[in-house]
Design a protein around this ligand. Structure first.
Ligand code: CTP
Length: 213
């Protein structure tokens, strides 16, 4: 299959030296790309800024902002049968970007923000028979939020992880996730390496009924 994977954070600049972002290391998304390749799939990886080596055999598009990630993911959509959105897209960006460094004397104490595009929601209209997988990074009331995102973003599977745990989520090499699928099924996986989690995700996608494949 052709699998499009997004990974890493996005950065939303306010001037040439400052940005809003999040703690995503890209490890989970890169693990998904590697495992998909290892299982014989073609992989395109849309990556935010991370320090990881590119997975051998993947075609990699490097992006910085949510807007750039949307454009690169939209471009890859026609090619893929499966989209796995692991990226931790910044939800907000400064309402304007200054082309010169803002001096501290002139900086406002409140920063006007605007929403970035919700990539999965924007792509939902063109989903067709593709399989869409999302992640839900949660700290509270995780199951309720994950199920709400599964429905709102028209996903086939959402992989929920509790990012308040030190051994799961951001920067860790291990993760403890639960799968919620659109057919109502629920599966809590034990703590395992991100490579093993990635392997389970790709196996789930392979078992998903794909039209015309
Ligand atoms: N996502 C996206 N576009 C965004 C934000 C998130 O496509 N602007 C995707 C993520 O890649 C992930 C899923 O949506 O697969 C859920 O992301 P998450 O950050 O958990 O949820 P949000 O929709 O951002 O909601 P909130 O921040 O309120 O929890």
């Amino acid at each position: 299959m052709n699998i499009l994977v997004t990974a890493g954070p996005t950065r939303e600049f306010m001037d040439p030296v400052r940005y809003l972002s999040n703690r995503s290391s890209g490890k989970m998304g890169y693990a998904v790309a590697r495992q998909a390749l290892a299982r014989g799939h073609a992989v395109r990886l849309v990556s935010g800024p991370v320090t990881l080596p590119p997975p051998t055999g993947a075609s990699v598009s490097r992006v910085t902002s949510a807007e750039e990630m949307l454009a690169a993911t939209q471009e890859g959509l026609a090619w893929c049968q499966v989209l796995i959105m692991v990226a931790a897209v910044a939800d907000w960006r400064p309402a304007s970007i200054s082309s010169s460094k803002l001096k501290k004397e002139g900086m406002p104490s409140m920063l006007p923000l605007e929403r970035t595009p919700d990539i999965l929601s924007r792509l939902a209209a063109d989903k067709g028979s593709r399989c869409f997988v999302g992640f839900a990074a949660e700290t509270d009331d995780a199951e309720r939020h994950a199920r709400a995102k599964l429905a709102a973003k028209q996903l086939d599977l959402i992989v929920m992880n509790d990012v308040s745990r030190a051994d799961a989520g951001f920067e860790a090499d291990t993760n403890q996730v639960s799968f919620f699928s659109a057919d109502g099924a629920f599966q809590a996986l034990p703590l395992m390496s991100k490579d093993e989690v990635a392997d389970r995700i790709v196996a789930w996608v392979e078992a998903f009924p794909h039209d015309g494949l």
